[in-house]
Write a protein that binds this ligand. Structure first.
Ligand SMILES: C[S@@+](CC[C@H](N)C(=O)[O-])C[C@H]1O[C@@H](n2cnc3c(N)ncnc32)[C@H](O)[C@@H]1O
Length: 213
C-alpha cells in the first residue's frame, strides 16, 4: 500500500495559489517546510517571506529558493510582522502546529486592507459525523495513488509523488475538528470561511476588510 501513498500537501498547493490576489506584491508563507510552495509563490509575487521554525527545513528551503524569496528561521509567533505589510499570508499544513486564536490574530494584523489569509491545515477526526467523507477520502486517495503509480510507470513524476527534500519534516497531530476551527476562527475573524476538504485537510480563507483585493 505504501506504493499508493502520495503527497497530500503538494496536492493542496494549487488551492492556495488560486486564493492569491491578482496583483501580489508581498506574500508571507508560514511553516514553509522544504520550500516547494515558496518556489511557486515566488512566480506569482514580487517578494515572498517564508518562515519555518525547523533548521533542517530552512536549509532545504534556502537551497531551492529563488532570489525573491527570503527564508526566515523563526517561530512565526515570535516574528515582528509590520502591520498591514502583506498582500497575502498563506500556510500549508502548519496552522495546526500553532495555538489557533493567537496565530490568526498575529497573521491577520500583518495583512493590508483587502489582503487575504489563505490556509490549508490538518483537522482532528470528527467521528461519526464525518464518517462518510472519511470513507470517500480513503477510496478516492487509493484511486489517485493508482493513477500516480501508473504515471510513474510511464515515466511521469508529478508533484504529488512526493518531495524528497521534505524528509524529516516536523509533523503534528491536529487537536481541533473542522467544526471547532470554524467556530473559534469566526470569533477572531468575522466572515472567515472554513471548509472541510476531501483529503484530510480544511481550508480557511479570510479577506481583511478594506480596499479591493
Ligand atoms: C507539516 S509541515 C508542512 C511544511 C510545508 N508547508 C509543506 O506543506 O510541505 C509543518 C511545518 O510548520 C513548521 N512550523 C511548526 N510550528 C511553527 C512555528 N511556530 N513557526 C514557524 N514554522 C512552524 C514546521 O517546522 C514544519 O516545517
Amino acid at each position: 500500500m505504501r506504493r499508493l501513498a502520495w503527497d497530500h500537501n503538494a496536492h493542496h498547493q494549487r488551492l492556495l495559489l488560486r486564493a492569491l490576489p491578482r496583483s501580489c506584491g508581498r506574500v508571507l508563507e508560514v511553516g514553509c517546510g522544504a520550500g516547494a510552495l515558496a518556489v511557486r509563490l515566488a512566480a506569482r509575487a514580487d517578494h515572498v517571506d517564508a518562515v519555518d521554525s525547523s533548521a533542517a527545513m530552512v536549509a532545504a528551503a534556502r537551497a531551492r529558493a529563488p532570489s525573491n524569496v527570503r527564508v526566515l528561521h523563526d517561530d512565526v509567533l515570535a516574528l515582528e510582522l509590520a502591520p498591514g505589510s502583506y498582500d497575502a499570508v498563506v500556510s500549508l499544513t502548519a496552522l495546526h502546529h500553532l495555538p489557533l486564536e493567537p496565530a490568526l490574530r498575529h497573521l491577520a494584523a500583518a495583512l493590508r486592507p483587502g489582503g487575504v489569509l489563505a490556509v490549508v491545515a490538518l483537522p482532528a477526526k470528527d467521528l461519526p459525523r464525518e464518517l462518510p467523507v472519511e470513507l470517500a477520502a480513503a477510496a478516492a486517495a487509493r484511486l489517485v495513488g493508482l493513477a500516480l503509480a501508473a504515471g510513474r510507470v510511464l515515466g511521469w513524476h508529478g508533484r504529488r509523488s512526493g518531495d524528497p527534500a521534505s524528509a524529516g519534516m516536523p509533523v503534528r497531530d491536529a487537536e481541533l475538528t473542522v467544526r471547532e476551527v470554524r467556530r473559534r476562527a469566526a470569533e477572531v475573524l468575522p466572515g472567515v470561511r472554513v471548509r472541510r476538504l476531501l483529503f484530510w485537510r480544511y481550508s480557511l480563507v479570510w479577506h481583511r476588510p478594506g480596499a479591493a483585493g
